[in-house]
Every structure is written in C-alpha cells, then in structure tokens.
Design a protein. Structure first.
Length: 94
C-alpha cells in the first residue's frame, strides 16, 4: 500500500516500464532494451494478422520502428504496442 497526492493505493508503487532502445531484426523480431536495463526479444509475427498491424508485413515499414511515448511505434505513432505487453510477452536475452 502506498500514498500518492493524498490518495491511498493498494499494491506497490512501481515505476512504469519504458522502452529505451529498439532494433528491428530479421523475421519480424525486435531487440528491445527497457528502462530497468532488461533486454527483451519480441516476436511481432503473431500480431501481423490483426488488421491494425498488417501494414507491418511490409518489411520496409517494419524496419522503420521508432520510440515514441516510451514504447515502439510505426507510421508516425499510428501503430504501437504497449511497453508492458512487449516486456511481458517477450523473451529475456543477454
């Protein structure tokens, strides 16, 4: 339990996880580094059939990954994946 600005919250006050580096890799994978220093390998392939992500099937578009608002984005921020999802669903690598 913790207090912030006069409001009592259950749980712990953990800082939001942020993507600080992103590199596109072959086969629609991303090498990501997070604000806590952890490196994650994230496979975007399962998302490519969803309508919003289909544009990323174009490898030139996929390779233009950017970081905006602490997460990965494409197409000037129109496509993104939440940093919590990237961290939780990715695989840690060294």
């Amino acid at each position: 339990m913790y207090e912030q600005n006069g409001i009592i919250y259950a749980g712990s006050n953990t800082p939001m996880i942020k993507v600080v580096d992103a590199k596109p890799l072959p086969d629609y994978k991303l090498a990501l580094t997070f604000s806590n220093g952890v490196s994650i390998l994230y496979d975007v392939t399962p998302l490519l059939e969803l309508p919003v992500f289909q544009v990323l099937k174009d490898i030139q578009v996929f390779n233009k990954v950017d970081i905006d608002f602490d997460t990965v984005t494409w197409c000037d921020g129109e496509i993104d994946i939440a940093p919590e999802t990237l961290f939780k669903d990715g695989a840690e690598y060294y």
